[in-house]
Design a protein around this ligand. Sequence first.
Ligand SMILES: Cc1cc2nc3c(=O)[nH]c(=O)nc-3n(C[C@H](O)[C@H](O)[C@H](O)COP(=O)(O)OP(=O)(O)OC[C@H]3O[C@@H](n4cnc5c(N)ncnc54)[C@H](O)[C@@H]3O)c2cc1C
Ligand SMILES: [Mg+2]
Length: 460
Amino acid sequence: MLETEITNYDCIVVGSGLSGLIAARNLQRAGHQILVLEAQDRIGGRMYGQQIAPNQYIDFGGQWVGPTQDRFLALLDEYKIPRFPSPLEGKTVFLYNGHRSEFNGFFQGFAEGERPEISQEEWDDAIQAWHRFEELSQSLPLEHPGREPEHKRLDAQTFAQWIGENTKTDFGHWYFSYMVRAVGFLGPAEPGEVSLLHVLWGNRCASQSEHPEAELIHGGAGQIPGVIAAELGNQIQINEPVVKISQDQVGVEVTTGQNSYKAQFVIVAMPPYLSGRINYDPPLPATRQQLTQRFPMGTLAKILISYESPFWREKGLAGVGMGNSQWIELFADSSDPRSGKGVIATFVMGDHYHHWQVLTEPERRSAILSDLAAYLGDQALLPTTFDVLDWPANPWVGGGYAAFLPPGVWTNFGDAIATPVGRIHWAGTEIAERWPGFFDGAVRTGEAAAAAVIGRLSGE
Ligand SMILES: Cc1cc2nc3c(=O)[nH]c(=O)nc-3n(C[C@H](O)[C@H](O)[C@H](O)COP(=O)(O)OP(=O)(O)OC[C@H]3O[C@@H](n4cnc5c(N)ncnc54)[C@H](O)[C@@H]3O)c2cc1C
Ligand SMILES: [Mg+2]
């Protein structure tokens, strides 16, 4: 941008993830002048994908959508982006303690269908504990947890402590560790890293029982940032990490490595931990500073593996597996029915990630493929494409799916999570009260931040 072109924007949005793009779009639709500043050499943040074959796309970040994710569904409908049901026809593979079995069912935080091949005693242990977990979770309000004594009590424990006290069998133990590692409950995390309150609240406001993985998007979720950006025209600058935000009574000044931009307001649309790396003048309130010190991203890499065809279907399998094998605890069929290809999406999470991450690239690949072959058979060893996104290694996101809170954070510092500071407003899926950690939560916070700034702009 030329010196002579310096514009005084109505609002600058920092971060071009889904939340930032929605905030910018809504402000622009209300007639305001906006600018989006993005650190990376591409837009979209955790909404990012690529085409691998005709009609077959892969998403390195999020890909699924569910029936109660109203705001994200409204966005897909508005842009006429079609969806299809996640392929689930066939049996699920269960690989537990080296023993492989198949069953007509699914457990993803809660059980549906048949019992997998595990003893009745072990299954009952997990299911009874699940009912206790669910009851405790439903006793929480939908809003962000507060400072109530009951919340403090739950926030003083890790999820590992609760698992230890509520399950008697190895399977029961694994079931809940798997849930917080694979399903996430706003993380994922190892059970010993995360607050019990956080996990319970995650299940309350973003529950697996609402089937958030029910559908997939033709063309992939990764197409969406480009669609929104097209509406924003050229008001997005990539390769511009924001390093400083200053504010006074009249406005804000946002400084990147290259430039300084002025505006009336700024929306910082990114995970709280990343927002804490920006310098603020004057400094942010102490509670906000301490909050962002304590808001880690989940530890997870996503892997997409494609095949000439979904060969598992010939064996009556759904292309879905779960278990406690060495690397892969969960995978799912992500094949677009229009392509004829077979695509498996899988993840390496938590402690598994730490062991995997230190391997060489060929070792990482063969580790994943030999594990997948244990679930699906040797055909799994011969993919046509194999793609990895190591989210913890991405300096501008720092992990995935989303962030989680360790013990004591919600109840001591949680008040600061979404509270504007002067002319600075916050957005990003992590701060949502409904579907945090998901696309839907990102849309909601982008909409809310834009509405708040639009209100202030019309009042001034
Ligand atoms: C592997 C994976 C699988 C997932 N699966 C699903 C799913 O199936 N369904 C679902 O609903 N959700 C899923 N999610 C979550 C979903 O992707 C996120 O909730 C959503 O994309 C977050 O959007 P956001 O705008 O809040 O944050 P982000 O997408 O993280 O955007 C923040 C942006 O800010 C930028 N930034 C950071 N620091 C700076 C700076 N200093 N200056 C300028 N820019 C900066 C970043 O580069 C980034 O582009 C998944 C996520 C991952 C990683
Ligand atoms: Mg995003």
